[in-house]
Design a protein around this ligand. Structure first.
Ligand code: 48F
Length: 262
């Protein structure tokens, strides 16, 4: 016998059982969350991390199998990202190495930054469902109070092939962190319940302050963060400068916590 260690013995159904039982046990706790974050880009991850680390029951849903959205790359497929002061504090907190490229403009490795943010969100205790898409919102008495979701694999199939009803998940607040598309807001806009202005042209020096400043409850029960804020309010876009995404995510979490405590 050679001296390599052998794996513990297991049947196939024990492995399947471990997956099914653990998923169901955890998922059941999140049929009703305090906050549902839609979108796992930098703003959504930051919001979920901040909420969960302050003991808020938060569920993050992401339509892709990978989290991170546009945070894996800087611009133009080059994986260096920039943040401007004071957002380097977020990189410090996450343990992301960075350097000062010019006065108060910082550059970091995007893969490293994104991995750290994802890990910090997992460590915070947020429940994450990937490959799950927001299809619609639950609205009671003119207040958003949940998300209607389906597996991405089902949602993206043509109707004649997969006519599968979605399920609803309840929450006190929903955060739209779906980026430029502002998917959650658009569901309400399609019903004439609100109006988005559409994103403005590039103006990096103005845009980041404005995005953080306008992060808010845009419709009762619905908080908007990240680039969805630009789409909502018609603010200028900013390209591969990510500080506002991180600080807007944090601001969205603060708004939710403040309202949950009231
Ligand atoms: O696009 P994204 O990274 O949004 P963000 O957090 O950050 C924007 C920056 O990446 C960058 C920028 C500023 O520097 O201009 O673009 O505002 O992440 C949005 C996430 O939402 C997911 C999508 O896959 C991505 O990971 N998403 C979009 N639609 C849905 C969704 C949906 N219907 N259901 C679930 N997730």
């Amino acid at each position: 016998m050679n001296d390599h260690m052998s794996f513990a013995s297991s049947s196939e159904n024990q492995i399947t059982g471990a997956i099914v039982a653990e998923f169901a046990r955890e998922f059941e706790r999140y049929l009703e969350s305090e906050v549902i974050v839609v979108g796992g880009g930098p703003s959504g991850l930051m919001a979920a991390k901040e909420l969960a680390s302050r003991d808020v029951r938060v569920l993050l849903i992401e339509k892709n199998n990978y989290l991170g959205g546009g945070f894996w790359l800087g611009g133009f497929l080059m994986n260096k990202l920039t943040v401007r002061a004071p957002a380097q504090e977020c990189l410090e907190e996450l343990g992301v190495p960075f350097k000062e490229y010019s006065s108060e403009l910082f550059v970091a490795d995007a893969v490293h930054a994104c991995s750290r943010l994802i890990a910090a969100t997992c460590d915070s205790g947020a429940m994450i469902l990937n490959m799950v898409m927001l299809e619609d919102v639950v609205v009671h008495n003119e207040t958003v109070c949940g998300a209607v979701v389906n597996w991405t694999a089902v949602s993206t199939l043509p109707r004649p092939i997969a006519c599968v009803d979605p399920i609803s998940l309840e929450s006190r607040f929903v955060i739209d962190a779906t980026g430029h598309e502002a998917v959650v807001l658009k569901k309400l806009e399609a019903r004439d319940l609100l109006e988005t202005k559409g994103e403005g042209a590039m103006w990096v020096d103005k845009s980041e302050d404005l995005v953080v400043m306008h992060t808010s409850e845009f419709y009762p029960g619905l908080i908007v963060t990240g680039m969805a804020v630009s789409t909502a309010f018609g603010l200028p876009r900013m390209g591969p400068s990510f500080g506002a995404m991180l600080l807007s995510g944090r601001r969205a979490a603060e708004i939710a916590i403040d309202k949950l405590r009231r």
